[in-house]
Design a protein around this ligand. Structure first.
Ligand SMILES: Nc1ncnc2c1ncn2[C@@H]1O[C@H](COP(=O)(O)OP(=O)(O)OP(=O)(O)O)[C@@H](O)[C@H]1O
Ligand SMILES: [Mg+2]
Length: 454
């Protein structure tokens, strides 16, 4: 542990706390002393102790009240209660409120020293873990999560807090706000990090294939099933499974999904044997999740099971203070990838980017910077290096699609779909909304275009 471990002693008896203060200092701790509960609370804030030795009975605020305060503040403070004669029931209650242990008066100095040593070792290990986790957060497979706005800091601390457990989390937010990035980071910071992380997009997989995609199938389960195949759940065993765009899964399958998640076992399609699982399930959605539940797009029971915790990714337009940071991060990233010096960016260009509504959020910003780094001629990016919609936006025009007479309906449809996706900043769900079709229809069309191309 860098520096000395800070211990707060709260004890109203002067002789006792003077003696303890002396011993603890000689054992190498940094000590602060409180003579009553109010002073203890004050020192918890200002001295930020790591260990708290707290007398159960004190004037103004007793040990139990202090434990409740600590819990409410969400502090990680290793508290040991010092109890007097006949206070066992209170000491037990203190443990329930989060105290780690209790010592009976009179306290044996050797015992106290040993206990403090063990606590300090535990704290060191925890702090080291936290440091490692932070480092991982900075070097995760998808790169770091950037953001210094209050909204993003909240997201990051939620990610850190939830990473340690195996609880389900629903991650909501508009397209391109970093839901997938958040899910991966949760996995990478979790004890499951050495096991696989699997993401499956429920909107992109045709309904008929979804069940076998998730749960796998046995040989002969249907025509074409010439060998057994493991589904996403099995592939993610001991690791993490992200169900992306969960609301696009049909209700019947949602019911099966709930059963699998609850029982942590599944039967492959066409199979009779059950396979035991240990999978942490995360879900993501760019819909308003509560509305989706009301509209019957997400089964209520599944929502309750998955939404033990939810993380709301804030849209970029509500945290424009993060834009300069993201611009610089992406400039560095793409310049390095393109093996060229990091270009600067004109003020006009920065302003355009800062005031853009960003329907496609961080993804769109990232794409815009990638494009600019590639097309930029000199050492500085200017407004001319931004996509046409920024320039026309600057000139007060709106987006148009020119159709050549003689085009087939199919070509026009294709062009309209692709350009609308562009217009929506790559946000396919939003594009589908604009076009007035279901996201699935859009994905089907895109798949068809890809097939035509190949
Ligand atoms: N805070 C951030 N810092 C750095 N990069 C980010 C951040 N948020 C998103 N990105 C980047 O933006 C892109 C889109 O992020 P991601 O795929 O996680 O979004 P999403 O919310 O899952 O989008 P969709 O709804 O379309 O699936 C990725 O390249 C991701 O690395
Ligand atoms: Mg995503």
């Amino acid at each position: 542990m860098p520096g000395k471990c800070r211990v707060l002693v709260a004890e109203d008896d002067k002789a006792t706390h003077e003696e303890w203060s002396e011993s603890l200092t000689s054992w190498g701790y940094e000590v602060a002393v409180a003579e009553d509960g109010d002073q203890a609370l004050e020192l918890i804030r200002s001295f930020s102790p790591q260990i708290f030795l707290c007398d159960l009975k004190m004037p103004r605020r007793d040990g139990l009240e202090l434990l409740k305060d600590i819990r409410e503040m969400g502090l990680e403070l290793h508290t040991v209660i010092i109890s007097g004669e006949g206070q066992i029931p209170e000491a037990v209650q203190a443990i329930k409120l989060g105290a780690l242990d209790y010592l009976r008066k009179p306290v044996d100095p050797h015992h106290l020293r040993q206990m403090l040593k063990t606590l300090t070792e535990n704290i060191s290990v925890r702090e080291e873990n936290l440091r490692l986790r932070r480092r991982l957060m900075e070097t995760g497979e998808l790169g770091p999560i950037y953001g210094q706005s209050i909204a993003m800091r909240k997201v990051m601390s939620a990610i850190e807090r939830l990473a340690g457990s195996s609880a389900s989390v629903i991650i909501c937010g508009e397209s391109g706000t970093g839901k997938e990035l958040a899910a991966r980071t949760i996995h990478e910071l979790s004890p499951r990090r050495s096991a696989p992380y699997i993401g499956v997009n429920c909107a992109a997989i045709p309904e008929t294939l979804m069940e076998s995609e998730l749960f796998g199938y046995e040989r002969g389960a249907f025509t074409g099933a010439d060998r057994r195949k493991e589904g996403c759940f099995e592939l993610a065993n001991h690791g993490t499974l992200l169900l992306d765009e969960i609301t696009e899964m049909k209700a019947e399958l949602q019911a099966k999904l709930l059963r699998v998640i609850e029982e942590q076992r599944l039967r492959r399609v066409g199979g009779t044997q059950e396979v035991a699982l240990d999978v942490r399930v995360l879900a993501a959605s760019n819909r308003d999740i509560e509305r989706a539940v009301k509209e019957g797009k997400l089964r209520e029971d599944l929502y309750y099971r998955l939404g033990v915790f939810t993380i709301q990714m804030p849209p970029l337009r509500e945290r424009t203070e993060d834009i300069p940071l993201l611009i610089d991060a992406f400039l560095n990233f793409f310049a390095e990838r393109e093996h060229r010096p990091v270009p600067s960016m004109s003020e006009e260009c920065r302003d355009l980017l800062k005031t853009h509504p960003w329907p496609g959020n961080v993804r769109q910003l990232r794409n815009v910077i990638e494009r600019a780094v590639i097309v930029c001629q000199g050492s500085a990016i200017t407004a001319a290096d931004l996509p046409p919609e920024f320039r026309s936006h600057a000139q007060g025009e709106s987006g148009w699609l020119k159709i050549r007479l003689g085009s087939s309906l199919e070509d026009v449809e294709r062009e309209l779909i692709l350009r609308t996706i562009e217009y929506a900043g790559g946000n396919k769900t939003r594009a589908a909304e604009i076009l007035g079709v279901a996201p699935k229809t859009l994905y089907n069309r895109l798949e068809r275009y890809e097939e035509r191309q190949s």
